[in-house]
Design a protein around this ligand. Sequence first.
Ligand SMILES: C[S@@+](CC[C@H](N)C(=O)[O-])C[C@H]1O[C@@H](n2cnc3c(N)ncnc32)[C@H](O)[C@@H]1O
Length: 564
Amino acid sequence: MSTANEAYEVSDITSRLVTFSGPNGRRIVGYLDEGVEALWNERVVVLAPRYGETKKNNLKLSYLFAANGFKVLRFDQTNHIGESDGSMDQYTLINVTNDIQSVVDHVDRFFEPTEIILMTLSLSARCGLRACALDPRISRHVSLVGMVNMDRTLKAIYNRDFFGELAAGAQWSLVDILGFEIDGARFYQSLLETNMLNLEGALADADQVTIPALHICAENDRWVDQAEVEAVMLRCKFGRVEVVKNVGHEINENPEALNLAFGSMLAFCRSGLDEKHITNCVPSKATLLAQNKLERTQLKAVLQFTQKEPEFWGEYLGKFGIIESAAYYSEYFQTVSSLLGAIESYDVIVDAGCGNGFYGVCVLRALLQSIQAQHSVPNSVHYCGIDLTSEGLLRSYSRHAQELISLQREAMQAQGTVGFSYRKIDFDTIGKVEAATLPFADASVHKICSSLVLSYLQEPEHLMRECYRVLQADGVAVFSTMKPGCDMTVLYHDYVTQDTKVHAEKDAADLLSAAGRIKLKKDAGVYAFFDFEELEYLARKAGFSKVNCVRSFGGQANVIRVVK
Ligand SMILES: C[S@@+](CC[C@H](N)C(=O)[O-])C[C@H]1O[C@@H](n2cnc3c(N)ncnc32)[C@H](O)[C@@H]1O
């Protein structure tokens, strides 16, 4: 079936939607993933999602296990996002623990396996630890980047002592945690009542855990303290910690690290199996893609994004403006500007999806610097900011206006002219609505910056093709996208810790909330983050020849420079 090194591709994996009763009669919805029945190793994995994610996020992990003889039940938590009952504002850790036990009930009853293995990620790991302390039917627990101390994790994410504020009498109702509104007072009360607030509770649970337990930590995890994890695992009778190098909490961001972690999880879960059940298989790409597509459509239908895109972006840009003071963001725009090259006389520069106008600021600064250094300015330079939202255009205009006026005055003295203009265009209409185009003649533009925009378009290739049309021969364009599996918390954490402004924490919380909503839309297939291969494919399809790839924005964004 498999050779020592080469993995055998399996396409015979099925996913069956299952529904059963969970805590307080709430319905739990999950997928049972399995390979050929005759190859079942009699172990069932119960796979609990991370906070803010659904069963769909665990498809790849689940299919790896299904390809290697396990049955896997991955489910949506109740009182959480996804298809199970309940509402997210009622989210508590004990509720997740109860969900896990209900799923264990279900698999125990229906499959009578020899082992029920619990697999948890991030926040659900703390619930997994409690479930293992309570439920003797669970035979093994493996957690990936698992959290053991809620109090510490929340402080690490937000640089703010939420629970301390509550204990001191602050009144919370709904609070936004990573893009989802939850009832903060209820959440905190429940943590206190169930002893799940801090490390002491985790240590007490660990004392009750007598099964093999593996906790995989990420070396650069800012949310989870490795020393605390080690202390907890030491108190479990058969606890063990493994560390994956060069990656943070968002382990997806590094495919190599993710594969290593998955490999360790698999090895741990098949220990004690007969030789005949030890396989080296991977799910075929086609099988994974087909199921992913199906679940993406389902998720989109369940989540029902009702807010219109201009409203969504208008709101987002209001929160995103402050990231300008983050070091990574400035570095990123320096990279984009240098990839586009020095500004020359008669340059027509298009900022496609200008947002708050930060690239326009870079153009202004470059021109001002050239006046200060050389007492001359490139003549007849024109910058055009285009965006879907009036909010973005207004913000761009108001942040450019001051510098633009002084630049124009100085440019006139240096016998040059500089013009800035703004246009409202929905790039999603390009290629669909007749006459929806960029407002430039063929081969009339010299530079195009389209920063972090393609991911949010229905047909990104339409904008790319339109950019190709308007660029002159040898004209340059820079396109970028957040990389698949990017870790936005890295960027926001740096912003909070470097900034001395009073409201930095509040601003960062807003940013994290906005990023959480973008991630959810990405999971549901409304948005897409591209790797270099995909970006290059799009660019070449649009007609571009020379393509350079660069990673920027704290290592979280993929940037390509293309030439016509
Ligand atoms: C993440 S922001 C990036 C803004 C800016 N380029 C930057 O890097 O700071 C995405 C931008 O794309 C714009 N956008 C999204 N969908 C669009 C569409 N269909 N047509 C035009 N602009 C769009 C949004 O309004 C928003 O300004």
